[in-house]
Write a protein that binds this ligand. Sequence first.
Ligand code: URA
Length: 214
Amino acid sequence: MTFILNQANSIANNMLKELRDKNLQQDRARFRQHVEKLGSILAFEISKHLPYKAENVETPLGTSTIQVLSEQPVLITVLRAGIPFFQGFQYFFDQADCGFVGAQRKENGEAITIDLDYLTSPALEGKQLIMIDPMLATGKSFVKAVEALLRYGKPAHVYIAALVAAPEGIAYLKEKLKLPYSVYTCALDEKLNAQSYIVPGLGDAGDLSYGEKI
Ligand code: URA
């Protein structure tokens, strides 16, 4: 299942437009804030599909029964680009256990490979796992991270959360990911370019949030 937020009109589109705008992108704080807000919106959308249980709460006037999350999902993000997006998820899943993955894109001529150099995670067995990375480009970092995380247990379901996705990345997940999963993205773009950047996309999400790396 692929959920695409901008298939329905909402105020989220205004944030997406500003994120993509090469002039407004100069304002790093604004960029991070919009990424964070869109993270919260996707967290809300994913929350509709998590397991719930009925609980009672005593008000000053009586008892109300309400469906609440059975348990918090586990949130895992990819450093460094994922940090603002992840913070948006943390506003809603505010008691969640969290893990972090350090992933570097390496360009070897035509081919892009992903090096994982840092990995830390809580137990994942039977959990609802949300993998948070703003750009679902080739899909290789998501797949590599999920495979590496299996040493912490097999999640019941993996939610792949992205700001912008490319069709090539969605196809790669379909081919490689052998766990139950769904994709949640704010926008599904046209394609990847020769350097595996999303077109039209928004550029390098990590650089736009934190400055160009050398
Ligand atoms: N990573 C980015 O930051 N941007 C892309 O377009 C693809 C991968």
